[in-house]
Design a protein around this ligand. Structure first.
Ligand SMILES: *Cc1c(COP(=O)(O)O)cnc(C)c1O
Length: 403
């Protein structure tokens, strides 16, 4: 070792002192007294489900994202399923989506009996590559399902152009992207249907929950009907008009979001702006903290985009490191930094391999990205000390393994 070589700190995984005493998770909800109060008030009210809070939340949400219609669901997955139904997907149809996503994005197509056709992602944004998507279109293609990975909107203009040319429905999986902007416009009214999730790690939580926004009244009507068994009017409406008669007009599900959940959602919506700006600050601090580290590639941001920073996924330049992503991941966890990996490409899961015969190697950009991705902690409630801990731990671990 040369005399000028830096003294390397002993990693926690090798018995050294961890950067933090306690584990910092990668994502976490923020719940305050107003949130708790709103839920308690609803518990004391006449309506626990499908009461006034559902409509209030849907209207406030639609206004916030700038969409005409917002229809709530019991989860983001239920919302995706409903969107696949409203798009008219059925057995024999194909829909094109990204492999670098949560399995639910592709599963919702299978629920309708349609075939998910994966297309590779762009190397910078890791969102669906429109050229790759275009090359997968056949006479059976009915929809495209881009994913706003990590909160960075997909290349929506190019995808919508494809959709127009081939008569396809665009279902945007914006479960990461509440509050993101594309060409100065908030995500939620750009695609034919846009899907959000209110799982606790997302920007706004209702415990479990989801939403579809759309400009299309016909889609909105079908979505409402689908989430309520396929019944064409809701219980409160029937009570209001003193009617016992109802009609089931399509095969739907019970995918309703409760009044309890919507009361929480309404409160959470008020803090969404603050949540988003805090995430932006954290991302800027990470960018600055990692700029000088050649082994790390920070998430790209295209000029036309303002990301919502659901995740902050770095990529490791494994050529410059004498450790695998797995070793670096374990070393970071030992430092008490709750890193994660988003995502195992969907086609590589045993279910997809067995059913569709994927073997790996089909989508090299997504698969290579997966080999080197690590998501760092990113949530509203992180304080400046937490952010510095993450930067320090990344420096310590990368320094130790740099070749
Ligand atoms: C969270 C998420 C979903 C599913 O949402 P749930 O509310 O957990 O059902 C779907 N797609 C993506 C990309 C997600 O991150």
């Amino acid at each position: 070792m040369s005399v000028n070589a830096p003294v390397r700190e002993t990693l926690a995984i090798d018995g050294g002192q961890p950067v933090r005493e306690t584990l910092l998770p990668y994502g976490r909800q923020s719940i305050d007294e107003d949130d708790i109060q709103a839920v308690v008030e609803t518990l004391r009210s006449d309506w626990l489900t499908t009461g006034p809070k559902v409509g209030e939340f849907e209207e406030a949400f639609a206004a916030w994202v700038g969409a005409k219609h917002a229809i709530s669901f019991s989860s983001g997955t239920a919302a995706l399923h409903a969107a696949a139904f409203a798009a008219g997907l059925q057995p024999g149809d194909e829909a094109i989506t990204s492999p670098l996503t949560f399995a639910a994005t592709a599963n919702c197509l299978l629920y309708q009996g349609a075939r998910p056709v994966f297309a590779d992602v762009s190397p910078d944004s890791l969102t669906l590559d429109p050229e790759q998507a275009g090359s997968k279109i056949t006479s059976r293609t009915r929809a495209i399902v881009p994913v706003d990975y990590a909160g960075h909107p997909a290349d929506l203009d190019s995808i919508l152009r494809l959709a127009e040319r081939y008569g396809l429905v665009v279902i945007e999986d914006a479960c990461h992207a509440l509050g993101a902007e594309y060409r100065g416009r908030r995500i939620g009214s750009i695609s034919h249907m846009t899907v959000f999730s209110f799982h606790p790690v997302k920007h706004l939580t209702t415990g479990e929950g989801g939403m579809v926004t759309t400009e299309n009244a016909e889609f909105a009507k079908t979505l409402r009907c689908f989430r309520n068994h396929g019944i064409s009017s809701d219980a409160r409406h029937r009570q209001a008009v003193g009617q016992w008669h109802y009609e089931m007009v399509l095969l739907g599900f019970n995918y309703r979001l409760t009044d309890i959940a919507c009361a929480l959602g309404l409160q959470q919506l008020k803090k969404l702006g603050a949540n988003l700006s805090r995430r932006k600050q954290i991302a800027a601090r990470y960018d600055a903290g990692f700029r000088e580290i050649p082994e790390i590639i920070c998430p790209a941001v295209r000029p036309e985009v303002n990301p919502a920073w659901h995740l902050y996924p770095i990529r490791l330049d494994l050529n410059k490191l004498n450790a695998s992503r797995g070793e670096i991941f374990r070393a970071m966890r030992a430092e008490n930094i709750g890193v994660n990996v988003h995502y195992i490409p969907v086609h590589l899961h045993p279910y997809y391999r067995d059913r569709f015969g994927y073997q790996g190697g089909e989508f090299p950009v997504a698969e290579n990205a997966y080999q080197s991705l690590i998501s760092l902690p990113m949530f509203h409630g992180m304080n400046d000390g937490d952010v510095e801990d993450v930067i320090q731990a990344v420096r310590k671990v990368v320094d130790h393994y740099s070749s």
